[in-house]
Design a protein around this ligand. Sequence first.
Ligand code: SF4
Ligand code: SF4
Length: 310
Amino acid sequence: MSSGEEAVILDIQRMSTEDGPGLRTTVFFKGCNLACPWCHNPESISQKSDLNWFTHKCIGCRICETACPQKGITRGEQGLRFDRARCLACGTCVNECPNGAIELKGKPMGVEKLFRELVKDRNYFGADGGVTLSGGEVMIQHEAACALAKLLKEAGVSVAIDTAGCYDFHVLEDILPYIDLVLYDIKIFDREAHKRITKADNRVIMENYERLMKNGTRVWVRTPVIEGATDSEENIAAIGNFILRAGLPEKWELCSFNNLCRDKYDRLDMQWDYRDTALTQKAHIEKLTEIAKQYAPCAEYSGTVEEGGR
Ligand code: SF4
Ligand code: SF4
């Protein structure tokens, strides 16, 4: 771990109120080791830079097609087609496009530079706020994440990480001295269902949670409420029972589903099975929160919900 590390960063979002306590600046690291089909941040799945094409800005001049050294852009019936496997993220099409219709999301950034960018926001953090390292799965780039967290800690900035916990515990151990809070996703309790839906084994996620609790780490658990995947009463009760036994977090947030990210999938030419799924019904998430509170009084729900019953 050194401040000479580089991290592949998708975005930096300022004035966030959803990624931990107080006002925060959230850094989105690229790359994820789970494959949740409802992912709200598809641009963060790949660790490579991703091309985004904004159809409404494209004037059809075809300059990008000629400019691409990889011959990776062609015109089809539906408009431009990007051969993403060929793309080397050279940025030529982005620079040549006369109307800003192409964007490369995600670029390597030195940890020192990133730190200098983040520390500028210190004045608005107040007593509770700080920086949240999120993703994707931030701990895929754990050496850079540790180096960044260390610099921030030394500068007196409070740091949280937002993680799904699916990796060896030593990865977490390395960063714990430099952070004040872990936002920890527990999505599905049943091991088979977790594997089938997210393509990852949740055994290590549960074990890491238990170790965080033994360690006395400050943790907020987050459970996305996703129709047909995580939103059954049984799943919420099973997670509740687990955290009751393993150790209660400071907060357990049930996060409502929204489909505002569907344009992101379009820009990346990705299918999304949840594009027409409705917002979480208020009555349903209230019921789930009631169940969650039977195990963990700290449970609450967050996000936009649809008024009405289910
Ligand atoms: S970034 Fe470079 S390689 Fe990728 S599509 Fe654009 S011009 Fe082609
Ligand atoms: S260069 Fe830009 S405006 Fe022209 S076809 Fe390509 S994306 Fe569209």
